[in-house]
Design a protein around this ligand. Structure first.
Ligand code: A2R
Length: 316
């Protein structure tokens, strides 16, 4: 029986990845690492995998667990994923994102069994780029501009090095662009807009204040994102980087208008100059040809994804 380990299984993305991995193979022996056991309350979900509570910064515990499981496939998602937190605490971010990844790689190397690992990095490693470089391809030279993306790029480097010299380890590196879905934290742009619009309808307010809406991004539904991770695990090339993106550029303004239409809201959007901050990345979208070549293509449209998210927020 194949053994799979997902780190960060109780997080936003990990939760969807768990579902997708089990949907594709009901017989798989699934293990999940979570830092605290509190996030999965649903008993049926909790029973669907072997849960291991540990901190990936602790090399001994990581090593013992990997020695015990001897996984065939690893999806490494556990991370400190917030840029503002990384700016406040670069050391803590480095510890989790880099040392944590290194602990996993070193434990897999010591076990010696052949393993394929998907390392979930971030499109944020591209950082500050000339808008003319869009859509970003995997061979664009990264230029990280914050401690989060610096830590992700550093961990990517270790993944490539271990793939090169540890005979038993093959790591595929995923660089996801913006992903959205039910359950995402409310501070992210889409749930945030949905929540403001839902409350403007409930409170009969006709004006909504926003910041700069002109920047463009590339959105995928989280279910398409986790499907892409399984494609990398199955047929990605070791040591290679893959953009996980739609390849479609859309302005935040257009996303907001779509949500207003879905909600059938009658709100006027007003730009609040106080909310306008210098945007580091006015345009950000990727080229997904390399991922498409593995057979993946997105299945969920942006409209369908936004509708699901709006209904969820509206029901909270
Ligand atoms: O801190 P917890 O208990 O919420 O667990 C989080 C877990 N995690 C850790 N697990 C073990 N040892 C650690 N030192 C540690 N630090 C964090 O990673 C949580 O379950 C998971 C991250 O989930 P979210 O915060 O919901 O992030 P999301 O959006 O699922 O991102 C997944 C990956 C990350 O590597 C991002 O950098 C990338 O996608 O974009």
């Amino acid at each position: 029986m194949k053994k799979c380990l997902i780190t960060g299984i109780a997080g936003f993305v990990g939760n969807y990845l768990r579902e997708e991995v089990l949907r594709q193979d009901r017989t798989i022996e699934l293990h999940g690492v979570q830092r605290s056991g509190e996030r999965i309350r649903d008993k049926k979900v909790a029973k669907s995998f072997h849960s291991h509570e540990l901190d990936i910064r602790d090399s001994m515990t990581v090593s013992n667990l990997i020695e015990k499981i001897q996984p065939d496939v690893v999806y490494h998602l556990a991370a400190q994923p917030f840029v503002p937190k990384a700016i406040l605490d670069p050391w803590g971010t480095l510890d989790i994102n880099v040392k944590g990844t290194l602990n996993i790689l070193e434990a897999l190397r010591k076990v010696g069994k052949h393993v394929r690992m998907v390392y979930v990095s971030s499109a944020d490693v591209y950082g500050k780029q000339d808008p003319k470089n869009m859509p970003l391809r995997e061979d664009t030279i990264p230029n990280p501009v914050n401690p989060y993306s610096a830590s992700k790029l550093s961990a990517e480097t270790y993944c490539r090095q271990f793939t090169a010299y540890a005979q038993n380890i093959e790591v595929m590196i995923a660089r996801p662009f913006n992903h959205i879905g039910v359950g995402q934290r409310l501070e992210f742009v889409v749930p945030n807009f949905c929540s403001q619009i839902a409350s403007s309808i409930k409170n009969n307010e006709s004006t909504m204040m926003v910041g700069d809406l002109s920047s463009t991004r590339d959105f995928l539904d989280v279910q398409d994102v986790v499907r892409a991770y399984t494609y990398l695990a199955q047929s990605g090339l070791p040591g290679e980087v893959y953009n996980i993106c739609s390849g479609q550029e859309i302005s935040i303004q257009d996303v907001l208008e779509k949500i207003i239409k879905i909600a059938n809201a009658n709100v006027t959007v007003k730009i609040d100059p106080e909310r306008i901050r210098p945007v580091e990345t006015p345009r950000l979208f990727g080229d997904n040809h390399k991922l498409n070549k593995l057979g993946w293509k997105p299945e969920i449209t942006l409209d369908a994804s936004l509708s699901k998210i709006y209904s969820w927020i509206n029901s909270l």
